[in-house]
Design a binder for this molecule. Structure first.
Ligand SMILES: Nc1ncnc2c1ncn2[C@@H]1O[C@H](COP(=O)(O)OP(=O)(O)OP(=O)(O)O)[C@@H](O)[C@H]1O
Ligand SMILES: [Mg+2]
Length: 367
């Protein structure tokens, strides 16, 4: 899959922008603050329907404008597809896939698959569990759009349950109802996370071996409170969850929040049997983060039979030459967008002919 072109109107610092892209490498060069990441953000928006930088869609609208348009044409299995978004100050976000309006993000997911890699991702291993859950959830959602619904429905009920726990009058019957509803979504979340973490482990193990010249063995473990086993089916997962959340009710009442559930899950990452988050060096933590992140690309390929588009935001200045090379060469057949403020990064591609260099200056682009 690859993105052929993009059109932006009144988006961030662009008034009007139209760009054609290369099937392989697109290098966005420009000084700080000129609008490079804004373009990656627009591509990401077409994939997920929201930004990776903000939850407030209105920030995407160019200052002093009423609304913004983001549109792109991408090729998938030799067919052209078009995705369009309109975000306005006084309207609901509009999304169209091939000119047909959709009303649920779930219907957008899986059309244009994108993996973004930015310097923050190098902290994936070091960060708190929230970031790792986000990573896992985004990965699964791209492959199984329905999963996104399970997560958002789970979160909605979780919010209601926590509100009830904080209220002065505690209706136990209502808590029972919430527990039951939560369990209906939690069972899927446990099941998919278990299965996907296993797949991610296999893929990232291989990549990690490559990155460390066979020296380091990477392992990933799914950390959850209900002891999910390999062969647990949906009913068993549901019951395990219900049992656990009921046994924690008194504690929940005391703390006025829900202490049990997939919103407390995490993954542990081991290198040669040692927990990297606790014992790994900074370099090991970064390399493990890269391995995890790159496994996302292979996983999407395995599950959807098409490679996603790779967005590398400012990542080149963070990597040594060996890893820069690996990134580009490991993924010979995929479309990559790279932003950099260092013009000499184009030298990395000197011997490659399929490179499209785009210079960005103050919301204007020249190819
Ligand atoms: N809604 C908006 N309207 C107009 N301009 C905006 C809006 N949102 C952001 N900008 C401008 O966009 C610019 C930032 O763009 P972007 O983050 O893409 O820069 P960049 O080229 O990636 O820079 P860096 O190299 O520092 O990462 C800033 O100058 C900011 O003022
Ligand atoms: Mg940037």
């Amino acid at each position: 899959m690859y993105l052929k072109s993009i059109k932006l109107v009144n988006y961030r610092n662009y008034d009007q922008l139209y760009l054609d892209f290369d099937k392989r490498i697109n290098l966005l060069l420009g000084k700080n603050g000129q609008g490079k990441t804004n373009i990656l953000e627009a591509i990401y928006l077409m994939s997920i329907g929201k930004s990776f930088r903000t939850n407030k869609d209105k920030e995407l609208i160019r200052f002093n404008s009423e609304n913004t348009y983001i549109g792109g044409i991408f090729s998938k299995k030799n067919d052209d597809n078009i995705i369009e978004l309109v975000i306005g100050n006084n309207m609901k976000k509009g999304i169209k896939v091939n000119k047909v309006s959709i009303d649920k993000i779930m219907q957008l997911l899986g059309n244009l698959n994108v993996v973004i890699f930015s310097p923050e991702d190098l902290k994936l291993v070091k960060d708190g569990p929230k970031e790792r859950r986000k990573f896992i959830d985004r990965e699964i959602s791209q492959i199984i759009p329905l999963y996104y619904n399970y997560i958002s429905n789970y979160n909605k009920i979780l919010t209601q349950r926590n509100k009830l726990l904080k209220s002065n009058y505690l209706d136990e019957n209502l808590l029972d109802i919430y527990d039951e509803k939560l369990s209906e979504y939690a069972k899927y979340i446990y099941l998919y996370r278990r299965d996907f973490i296993k797949k991610i482990e296999l893929l990232s193990k291989k990549i990690h071996k490559n990155l460390t010249s066979d020296v380091e063995d990477l392992k990933i473990e799914y950390v959850n409170q209900i002891h999910v086993s390999d062969d647990d089916g949906l009913d068993i997962l549901k019951n395990k969850f219900l049992e656990k959340i009921k046994s924690s009710r008194n504690l929940d009442k005391q703390y006025r929040t829900t202490k049990i559930g997939p919103h407390r899950d995490d993954i542990s990452i081991f290198i040669n049997s040692l927990d990297v988050r606790l014992y790994g060096s900074q370099g090991q933590q970064r390399t493990a983060s890269i391995s995890l992140k790159l496994s996302e690309i292979e996983l999407i390929k395995e599950e959807t039979l098409e490679y996603p588009i790779l967005l590398l935001d400012d990542i080149f200045s963070e990597l040594d030459q060996k890893r820069q090379k690996l990134l580009i060469e490991e993924f010979e057949n995929i479309q990559i967008f790279i932003t950099s403020a260092e013009e000499n990064h184009k030298l990395i591609f000197e011997d490659k002919k399929d490179v499209n260099i785009i210079y960005i200056e103050k919301g204007r682009a020249s190819q």
